[in-house]
Design a protein around this ligand. Structure first.
Ligand code: FE2
Ligand code: FE2
Ligand code: FE2
Length: 486
């Protein structure tokens, strides 16, 4: 028996026979003693894997954010918003752990491996929703899940506990991405599309192999793999796209605010305007994605906070969706215009867009026309779902106003200056109600009577004849920030 074997043998013996007081598990149950004495990575090995995971999540976050606007499928926009948020939350934790580990320079801002970047460049540039979901959910996300599983398995839970804990918690959400993604692939990618994309998936595999795996634990293949979709490099597409259920995207035929703020109108029909306004918030992630895609060099906390807000706005759209479904209303009969996200994304700078958002969200705070008022209307409808929607919408919008105060106000100056800057930026956006109609972009169809009648059928009541004739458009009340409330 060699010395090393003898040592291992005695460690095993000690570990097997060692127990805590009154049989309590030793080491707080993190490891059986034998494992604790024999397994683990060095600080340098742990840091090396953490850095690659950190970089991979940053790149993955970027893919999700960059593709929110131009991906037409609503469910994918929503999923990308959530998945970007999950990435953003964990990126900061991984970076913090790296900084704790005695290995400066941390190098968190530079790529740990050119082949790893090639891999993510390719996923980012996937040209269709089908190739994108395959690249994301059958390659990038599983590679991250795998690396997290390996690191939490390989490192010593006692010595490197913080790493173990971060990996384990990150894993929970990354596995959610993986299982949702598997469903997305199953629903969206046909066998023939998969067959067509198989060579590209092989390219992705070879890029990861050239990087020595996502976590760099395998010997790099040494192969120089050529780009396929990322030549020329991907360019963010700021034009919002929607799927076929979203019709008439220039329609500004029904003024939701004019009805909501009319004290003469009863609360119940206003339910529909609340749901409409919530679901119309689909344009906020479409717009915020452009801020993030073009923000440039900002502290990571900026990206984290803004991504949280982006996800909240996506949630608000889905809250509106739940409302319509609860009333058995086919929301695809309602036009949710995209003129706001289109205008801001194509005519303003990233800073201007953020200021417009801030100005609007500050405008939601007054009692009489803001979120509290909407919540009171919701309570008055006596529908618990509507009340819950507005309750959380209000809470979230307060957080968003705070995020704005933290990030865009200091960039511009005072709060008043930021508001004025946003106001001025918004005035650059042409909302030409008549011209859109003349150009044949929309008829500004009044969708209200048909949706109101459908809701009344669901409620089992007769429509109010006066309300059936509601026909107030956005023609004369320009969609100004002072009037458009989110
Ligand atoms: Fe909202
Ligand atoms: Fe908001
Ligand atoms: Fe919002």
């Amino acid at each position: 028996m060699s010395n090393a074997e003898r040592l291992r043998h005695s460690q095993k013996h000690l570990a097997d026979t060692y127990t805590g007081y009154a049989g309590l598990p030793p080491l707080v149950g993190l490891h059986p003693m034998f494992e604790a004495t024999t397994k683990g990575l060095t600080v340098a090995e742990s840091v090396s894997r953490l850095k690659r995971l950190h970089w991979a999540l940053r790149r993955l976050h970027r893919v999700f954010v960059s593709r929110v606007t131009s991906t037409p499928i609503y469910e994918l926009k929503m999923a990308f918003s959530l998945h970007a948020h999950y990435c953003a939350e964990h990126i900061g934790e991984l970076a913090t752990r790296v900084r704790e580990m005695r290995q400066p320079p941390h190098g968190l801002e530079v790529s740990p491996d050119a082949s790893l970047d090639l891999f993510f460049d390719e996923v980012l540039a996937a040209p269709t929703p089908e190739s994108l979901v395959l690249g994301l959910y059958e390659r990038a996300v599983p590679a991250i899940v795998h690396a997290l599983e390996d690191l939490s398995r390989d490192t010593n839970r006692l010595f490197d506990h913080a790493t173990y804990r971060i990996c384990r918690l990150t894993l929970v959400e990354m596995q959610d991405l993986q299982s949702y993604g598997a469903e997305a692939v199953r629903c969206l990618v046909s066998e023939s599309q998969r067959a067509e994309l198989q060579p590209w998936l092989g390219v992705l595999d070879r890029m990861l192999a050239a990087a020595g795996g996502l976590d760099g634990t395998k010997p790099p293949s040494g192969e120089a793999v050529s780009r396929q979709f990322s030549e020329p490099p991907y360019k963010y597409d700021p034009v919002p796209k929607r799927d076929g259920r979203f019709k008439d995207p220039y329609n500004m035929g029904v003024n939701a605010e004019a009805m909501l703020f009319n004290p003469e109108i009863a609360p119940l029909p206003k339910t529909l305007m609340l749901y409409f306004k919530r679901m119309r918030e689909i344009d906020v992630p479409e717009m915020m994605a452009s801020i993030l895609a073009e923000a440039g060099d900002k502290p990571w906390e900026y990206y984290r906070d803004m991504t949280r807000q982006l996800w909240d706005e996506a949630r608000h759209a889905m809250m509106g969706e739940t409302g319509f479904v609860s009333l058995d209303i086919d929301w695809s009969a309602i036009p949710f215009n995209f003129t706001w996200s289109l205008g801001l994304n194509t005519m303003l700078t990233s800073k201007e867009r953020h200021a417009v958002l801030f100005t609007i969200e500050q405008g939601l705070m007054p009692k009489k026309t803001g979120k509290e008022y909407e919540w009171k209307v919701a309570i008055a409808t006596a529908d618990p779902l509507t009340a819950m929607i507005q309750d959380f919408d209000w809470a979230d919008e307060i957080l968003h106003a705070k995020i704005g105060r933290e990030w865009i106000v200091p960039e511009i100056g005072s709060q008043a200056e930021a508001m004025a800057y946003g106001d001025k930026a918004w005035s650059k956006i042409l909302v030409d109600w008549k011209k859109w109609k003349e150009d044949g972009l929309t008829e500004h169809r009044n969708w209200w009577p048909e949706i109101y009648a459908a809701a009344c059928r669901h409620w089992g009541i007769e429509p109010d004849p006066a309300l059936l004739t509601y026909n107030t458009t956005y023609e004369n009340t320009r969609a100004d920030l002072k009037e458009v409330a989110f």
